[in-house]
Design a protein around this ligand. Structure first.
Ligand code: VGL
Ligand code: ZN
Length: 202
């Protein structure tokens, strides 16, 4: 049983990131039984939801002529242009129906500002605009975080790196995550997480 000051963070287990979805991660749904089984072991459970307006600047469709999975320059740095996904209120933005959501204490939505993406559960992609999750976890006394979900190399990794930078003790359960792996992004993410002192398990 994890200590009572340990929170389980479940990143973006949404229909669009699972097979058949708009930005499907290979085997994205395969992690759901493991995540459901972990929830009752934690005193704090947080789910995140990628939650974009239709005019979001991370969508290739909003950049005439741009291909999905190409890179563009944003004021805050390079940004991958994604297929349209997790549009607010759309079926693809729902949690996967297999995910148990009842044990969650908090659901945090991110990526709702049209002009900036937010991979991390803590900060938007400028690495400074907060989502509020840090304050929530600190005021509940969380010291350690266990991260699971989608995708290992984007939203999970960015969340893990921010959490480590904020001083939380961070573990990523790789067996309860799956990756997009775009041009070596998984290897890069694992290297960066190790360098930041994130514990990689599973
Ligand atoms: C994610 C790309 C775009 C993720 C979200 O959840 O990893 N990836 N939006
Ligand atoms: Zn997104």
């Amino acid at each position: 049983m994890p200590a009572s000051d340990t929170a389980l963070i479940v990143i973006d287990v949404q229909t669009d990131f699972c097979p058949g979805g708009a930005l499907a991660v290979a085997e994205g749904d395969a992690i759901i039984p493991a995540i459901n089984a972990m929830m009752p072991e934690f005193g704090m459970v947080v789910l995140t939801q990628d939650w974009h307006p239709a005019n979001h600047s991370s969508f290739a469709a909003n950049h005439p002529g741009a291909e999905a999975f190409s890179l563009t320059d944003m004021p805050y740095g390079p940004q991958v242009l994604w297929p349209t996904h997790c549009v607010q209120g759309s079926p693809g933005a729902e949690f996967h129906p297999g995910l148990t959501t009842a044990p969650a204490d908090l659901i945090i939505r991110k990526g709702f500002h049209p002009e900036i993406d937010s991979y991390s559960a803590f900060f938007e992609n400028d690495r400074t605009t907060p989502t509020g999750l840090e304050g929530y976890l600190r005021s509940r006394g969380a010291k350690s975080l266990v991260l699971t979900g989608l995708a290992t190399d984007f939203c999970v990794a960015y969340s893990a790196l921010d959490a480590a930078r904020l001083g939380f003790d961070v573990t990523v359960r790789l067996d309860a995550c799956r990756a997009i792996d775009l041009n070596g992004s998984l290897a890069d993410a694992l290297t960066q997480m190790r360098a930041a002192g994130v514990t990689l398990e599973g």
